[in-house]
Design a protein around this ligand. Structure first.
Ligand SMILES: [Zn+2]
Length: 697
């Protein structure tokens, strides 16, 4: 058998994964070898003669499993960003084995006994603050992964988590298949009525991906949204909207509803094993919010005001339809279309007037420039490194010299601060949405290889035709900065233990760094400098910037409703106890969704942003289950935090930026998030700035 590049020392620049050599069939043997190595390491720690100490137990545990972690990260990243039939087959095979391995570790009695001993004696161990935090977090995570369960409960816990892991794979593969399959070809001139050039460019590359000439609409939101906004063909808008909302249930043999129902049932059972009434109780116990009622309080503060706001918006849309002499019943596939008319009439703002100012390259320059001004870091592209797709771009991140302490980590070693990977375009082999993930966590406690991080952002922007610059919508620019904010959290991390690094924070804290960076994209001084017209080279005028600012709260009723409705449905779904779920014939996902929308009074012209059959946040993994609310929770922190910059009169205020870097971005999970926030702001967060920002006062 040929050598497996995954198991050799990665001699690539920056210790990047050997993207150009790796084949799908390398993964299974490499993951198995990584699991073997990890098992031997854990057995050695657990079986040591010496009394447990922080060093021989916690730090040693932290250094274990590095091969497995590196290979598994690469595998999960490629499965999300550049998958194939072969990789999907490997995924179905190895995901249960990986889940079983995680259980083997967290349910290892010998190791947990040592961890437990140290945890009980933690006051006597003379630990530094980060060491103590690591010990406490590990202990919490082991307990929440079933380490204290006995007998049948212990066995059942392992079975449930392993089955869940397979169900998550099944769910995401089914949704991706629905997305990849769909194309609406716009055959005639009339089919394309109203579509501006940038939509046509994007539609032509979709057709090309499908091996045909002409124009086609796929189910990428970055094409669906503009199509719904501009297409004058109401019948086609309806078609695309229906296909988009039917993802997950288009094919009877890969219907995701039974998968989702099974996931909900297993989670409720798992919560009961752990001594909680519902999965929401269990999940929230380890978040800032702590209880479902704290989340409900926040969501209820915005729900009714958002609905009234949306009703006003809908009346405006109906009036616009009447003025145009059209049917004034606003169906969900009409909302974007008439909203664009209202935006033009009320704010003089036309999305296609804006787009030429937002070329992807310029907006990437803008985000890099903001990072330089705030944190003193620079991004330099390195063109000649192996990558997994030609569209992927790789950047070396460095500290800009003195004046910014973000260089502390780098200056000592001469190493870069990190590596940033940007993967911006939609393609059929990539899952939908936008996300940041890491190939390597920052850590000073690594067994081998560089300790600086490799962070990657994935977007699904519609790529322009060859030779044309890709133009972003306003919403895309926000997304770009959002994911970049996550990347900065990973890249500026400065902790000893990678377990606590960067975005490894509590789930309802993780969207603070991402969401706050969206604000900088909208600053006049950033727009004047970077939003340059792609054809004329003219910077955006003050007058246009002013129109953008005035329109900031435009359509916020719609947005708040479609988001908050999802968060409320998520909370209700995971707020069902196992006993409740067992009544009747089990959970009918479609009926539950319809019933909840009725109960909440979700306006039919808006609906849910993510319907349950394709709600990846909830069913493609564990992280956001009973956790879709986290965006709004973090928005409270974000709006309150950005208010500090606004109050200072300088949104690039160096002292504030440094406090934000030191307490939030670099600290990762080494500090309790509520403390970290107070250290930055000098007080606890207030909810009013978020309410004001959304125009819901
Ligand atoms: Zn995010």
């Amino acid at each position: 058998m040929d050598a497996n590049p995954l198991l050799e020392h990665w001699t690539t620049p920056y210790g990047l994964p050997p993207f150009d050599q790796v084949q799908p069939d390398h993964f299974k043997p490499a993951l198995e070898a990584g699991m073997d190595e990890h098992r031997r390491e854990i057995e050695a720690i657990a079986g040591a003669e010496a009394e447990p100490s922080f060093e021989n137990t916690v730090a040693a545990f932290h250094r274990s499993g590095e091969t497995l972690a590196a290979v598994a990260r690469l595998f999960h990243n490629l499965s999300a960003s550049e998958t194939s039939d072969e990789l999907q087959a490997v995924e179905r095979e190895v995901v249960p084995a990986l889940a079983a391995h995680r259980n083997w570790v967290t349910l290892h009695e010998g190791f947990f006994r040592r961890l437990e001993t140290l945890f009980r004696r933690r006051d006597l161990l003379e630990l530094g603050p980060e060491q103590r935090r690591l010990l406490e977090r590990l202990h919490t995570d082991f307990v929440r992964a079933g380490a204290e369960l006995q007998g049948d409960a212990r066995k059942r816990f392992a079975e449930i988590t392993e089955e869940l892991a397979s169900l998550y794979t099944e769910f995401s593969q089914a949704v991706l298949a629905d997305e990849a399959e769909y194309a609406l070809f716009l055959e005639s001139e009339e089919d394309r009525a109203g579509l501006p050039d940038f939509v046509l460019y994007a539609a032509s590359s979709v057709a090309e991906q499908k091996g045909r000439s002409g124009y086609a609409i796929n189910l990428s939101p970055s094409l669906v949204d503009p199509f719904l906004t501009y297409s004058e063909r109401r019948d086609l808008r309806e078609k695309v909207w229906r296909a988009y909302k039917a993802r997950g249930e288009t094919h009877p043999d890969r219907d995701t509803k039974p998968i989702a129902a099974r996931i909900v049932g297993l989670r409720a059972e798992l919560a009961r094993l752990m001594g909680f009434e519902t999965f929401a109780d269990f999940a929230l116990a380890d978040r800032m919010a702590q209880t479902p009622s704290a989340v409900a309080d926040l969501l209820e503060k915005v729900w009714e005001p958002a609905k009234s706001r949306a009703a006003e918006e809908q009346a405006d849309l109906e009036a616009a339809a009447r003025r145009a002499g059209a049917d004034d019943t606003v169906e969900p596939w009409d909302w974007h279309y008439w909203a664009e008319g209202v935006r033009l009439a009320h704010y003089g703002l036309d999305e296609s007037e804006l787009k030429p100012y937002f070329s992807l390259d310029r907006m990437m320059d803008a985000m890099f420039d903001c990072a330089r001004r705030l944190y003193g870091v620079t991004f330099a592209e390195v063109p000649d490194v192996p990558r997994y797709h030609p569209d992927v771009r790789v950047f070396e991140v460095r500290a800009e010299g003195s004046g910014h302490s973000s260089g502390g980590r780098a200056e000592a070693s001469g190493e870069p601060l990190g590596v940033f990977i940007a993967d911006n375009f939609a393609r059929p082999t990539k899952r939908g949405g936008a996300w940041m993930s890491v190939y390597r966590l920052q850590s000073h406690n690594r067994a081998r290889g560089p300790g600086y991080p490799i962070a990657a952002t994935n977007n699904n922007f519609a790529k322009a035709a060859d030779g044309k610059p890709t133009l972003l919508s306003f919403e895309n620019v926000r997304t770009l900065f959002h994911e970049f904010g996550h990347a900065l959290h990973a890249l500026l991390s400065d902790v000893t233990y990678g377990y606590l690094a960067g975005t490894n924070v509590l789930r309802d804290f993780v969207e603070l760094p991402s969401q706050i960076h969206e604000n900088w994209a909208m600053q006049p001084e950033v727009l004047t400098k970077h939003a340059v017209h792609v054809d004329t080279g003219e910077p955006m005028s003050d007058e246009l910037i002013e129109r953008i600012r005035r329109a900031e709260q435009f359509n916020q009723g719609f947005r708040t409703v479609e988001y908050t409705a999802c968060a409320l449905v998520d909370l209700a779904l995971h707020g069902k106890s196992r006993a409740e779920l067992d009544e009747g014939d089990g959970l009918d996902i479609a009926a539950f969704e319809a019933e909840e929308c009725r109960r909440l009074g979700v306006p039919p012209a808006i609906g849910l942003r993510h319907r349950l059959p394709h709600f990846r946040h909830l069913f493609a993994g564990n992280g956001y289950a009973a956790g879709y609310y986290v965006y709004m929770w973090a928005e409270v922190l974000e709006a309150d935090a950005f208010e500090a910059f606004r109050e200072s009169g300088n949104v690039f205020d160096p002292e504030l930026a440094e406090r934000f870097r030191a307490n939030i971005l670099s600290a990762g999970n080494a500090v309790d998030p509520a403390h970290a926030y107070r250290r930055f702001r000098g007080r606890a967060p207030e909810v009013e700035p978020m309410i004001r920002k959304r125009g819901l006062v």
